[in-house]
Design a protein around this ligand. Structure first.
Ligand code: PHE
Length: 453
């Protein structure tokens, strides 16, 4: 309960980098291209952009703000900021706790594939531009139950140890160093992909020229889910990070910068991948395997490919660590602050829970492939439930709380840093969005997308 005894970020620039470290991850390199490919390309991208601006950004701002105002984990925050007796707002934190476990259950598996690809790349085992060969290598990895589980455990063991070191030391240090390199490597990939014969025109058309007929309610829900997933919002993660923010941090500016930087990484990944998809004859709707087949193909067709490919997968693995640490922070902060079990034990319990819940997801291409719930294997189910249901639901509740309970005067005080920053039009715009626009839009998209109507 003592504010000064909590760990925190040590510089405003460090805050920006750590928040960026949470946002940028497999969501950019893996999820964004796969979903864009599966949902018809440019139309999906357009909806995703709108969802990010109208819903993602305002939710990110108020979520971070609530965490900083309360300086506590996702559950305790609502104990502190909600009026007496309105205990139900704490449901946001509990749902976030669960969402973190579900997301980690499949995220750790995908990170495991990335780790495995580091070694395959170094050994030259994935240097091919042939869709069949690339698909076979990926298929062999994910359909082996033993390697699937072991890679997931490696990821959990590594990230679990990092989080035991504590917020400032662990998270900042990792987030700070390597992101710019990944960005540069993506740029190089884009150049190569765009200059592949027969790739640029169909690739860029697919990515940027929308076919409105392809935008169905299900596509819209998926795009909304991606917007939440990308910005790490709707599940208490930005709230928890906000609780470590400095008092003088400009929250709206930080959130906007993170959103823009995150978006550019995703777009670069898209531009690196889709021209190559068409140049080499990959299937844009291949799903989760898309990136693991296409990226190696682009590297294979450039000088020094093996080395760069290895570096690329190492950097992607590092990017995934930043995101995973922020995911783990949600349950770890809750367990250690509410149940007084100490950071080390809280981390251990969290990792063990994920290993348990995550095993069926890791085995989704082997032992549990036929275990279908709502027609989905465990991997897809965890992803769908968390990204497309729990995060948007959490988002609605956060908006309703900020817009109707917390109110404009508090918003002006918090986002204006107690009068030290301007708190006029922009804060009013955020207030208007979270009070009316975002909850209404999320509600409509959820009801339509889940076929409740
Ligand atoms: N934003 C991260 C990514 O895109 C994933 C994430 C989701 C992290 C939710 C934290 C919370 O990879």
């Amino acid at each position: 309960m003592n504010k000064t005894s909590r760990d925190g970020f040590t510089s405003t620039f460090g805050v920006l980098l750590a928040t960026l470290g949470s946002a940028v991850g497999l969501g950019n390199i893996w999820k964004f291209p796969s979903l864009t490919g599966m949902n018809g390309g440019a139309g999906f991208l357009l909806v995703y952009l709108l969802a990010t601006l109208l819903i993602g950004l305002p939710v990110m701002i108020v979520e971070t703000m609530l965490g900083r105002a309360a300086r506590a984990n996702a559950i305790t925050t609502f104990e502190r900021v909600a009026p007496r007796g309105q205990w139900w707002w704490q449901i946001i934190g509990w749902m976030g706790f669960l969402a973190a476990l579900f997301i980690m259950s499949f995220y750790s598996e995908v990170a495991g594939w990335v780790y495995a690809y580091v070694f395959k790349a170094a050994a030259g085992a994935i240097s091919t531009t042939d869709p069949k060969a690339a698909g076979a290598t990926f298929g062999a990895l994910v359909s082996n139950p033993v390697t699937s589980l072991v890679w997931q455990w490696v990821v959990l063991g590594l990230t679990g140890s990092i989080i035991m070191l504590g917020v400032a030391k662990g998270i900042e240090a990792v987030a700070r160093k390597l992101m710019p390199l990944l960005f540069i490597l993506l740029l190089v990939l884009c150049v190569r992909s765009l200059t592949l014969p027969g790739g640029a025109v169909p690739g860029l058309t697919f990515l940027f020229s929308p076919d409105l007929a392809k935008i169905t309610p299900a596509v819209i829900l998926t795009a909304l889910g991606l917007a939440f997933f990308k910005l790490s919002i709707g599940m208490g993660c930005m709230l928890t990070y906000g609780s470590y923010f400095r008092d003088d941090q400009n929250i709206p500016a930080t959130a906007t910068r993170v959103m823009l930087a995150d978006l550019s990484v995703s777009l670069l990944a898209g531009i690196a991948i889709f021209p190559a998809v068409f140049a080499f004859g990959f299937e844009p709707a291949a799903g989760p395997s898309l990136v693991f087949m296409t990226i190696p193909a682009v590297f294979t067709s450039m000088p020094g490919g093996t080395v760069f490919m290895t570096i690329f997968f190492v950097l992607t693995a590092v990017a995934s660590v930043g995101a995973i640490l922020s995911l783990l922070e949600v349950p770890v902060a809750i367990l250690s602050e509410r149940f007084g079990c100490g950071r080390k034990r809280a981390s251990l319990y969290t990792i063990l829970a994920i290993a348990l819940v995550g095993a069926p997801a890791a085995l989704s291409q082997s032992l549990t492939a036929e275990t279908k719930i709502f027609g989905m294997n465990p991997f897809d189910l965890y992803d769908f439930l968390s990204s497309n249901v729990m995060l948007p639901l959490g988002g609605i509740l956060i908006c309703l709380f900020a817009g109707w309970v917390y109110g404009l005067p508090q918003l002006q005080k918090q986002l204006g840093n107690d009068g030290k920053l301007p708190n006029g039009v922009l804060v009013r715009a955020v207030f208007f969005l979270v009070r009316y626009v975002s909850p209404l839009l999320i509600g409509i998209v959820l009801l339509h997308g889940l076929k409740v109507f």
